[in-house]
Design a binder for this molecule. Structure first.
Ligand SMILES: C[S@@+](CC[C@H](N)C(=O)[O-])C[C@H]1O[C@@H](n2cnc3c(N)ncnc32)[C@H](O)[C@@H]1O
Length: 190
């Protein structure tokens, strides 16, 4: 039997984006991949907004660019071929939201995955870049080799954030066996 409301972590992430992102918002997609989130965000921020998108794979950036151009939203997107841990070298303004999808590129090379050390550095830099009430979303896919270790390191890092500065949540289906993705969310306090 399917669920109607408790569906998946990515749906909750979308719901949060819906609430938070408006025309004119500035956002970062830290793991562009096939560009689904980049496109979704580009539509939400409108012409007045801006999306910075990072990926280390040419194929991901190429597919994403095509998707954005075909849908007439490339004008507000900057695609960056570099690791998200260098976020501060490219994003020189405060941002409303940063999203990460950890893991490998669906349909791509499954050996190219996000790695705990660079992910945590990038998360650290993202938190610095957030505006007041800015939001960080991390969707952790962890069924692959190294995924569990990354998820645990990310969780450990987020768990230790100062509660005076950040509110941190974890959304996890605790009775499912097939490693469904987990959502971590951080809101920067005012
Ligand atoms: C789970 S996929 C992202 C899926 C994407 N959100 C979508 O809509 O298709 C993870 C992506 O992160 C990218 N990646 C891995 N390490 C990275 C890094 N250090 N910096 C930026 N992107 C990275 C991979 O190349 C891959 O495309």
């Amino acid at each position: 039997m399917q669920c109607k409301y408790f569906t998946k972590a990515t749906d909750l992430a979308k719901w949060i984006i819906e609430k938070k992102i408006k025309v004119g918002s500035v956002v970062v997609d830290a793991t562009v991949g096939n560009g689904h989130d980049t496109f979704y965000l580009a539509e939400k921020v409108g012409k007045e907004g801006k999306v910075y998108g990072f990926d280390i794979q040419d194929s991901a950036l190429l597919n994403t660019k095509k998707r954005l151009v075909n849908n007439n939203v490339f004008d507000r997107v900057e695609l960056i071929k570099d690791s998200h841990e260098k976020l501060d070298a490219y994003v020189k303004e405060k941002v409303d939201l940063v999203i990460f999808n950890l893991g490998y590129l669906p349909g791509g090379d499954h050996s190219i995955v996000t790695k705990p050390e660079s992910t945590i550095k990038a998360i650290e830099k993202s938190l610095l870049a957030l505006k007041k009430y800015g939001i960080l979303l991390v969707v952790a896919y962890y069924g692959h080799k190294g995924g569990k270790e990354e998820k645990e390191k990310v969780e450990n890092y987020l768990r230790n954030l100062d509660q005076k500065q950040f509110n941190v949540l974890k959304f996890d289906f605790i009775n499912q066996i097939n490693n469904p993705p987990i959502l971590f969310g951080v809101e920067k306090k005012g």
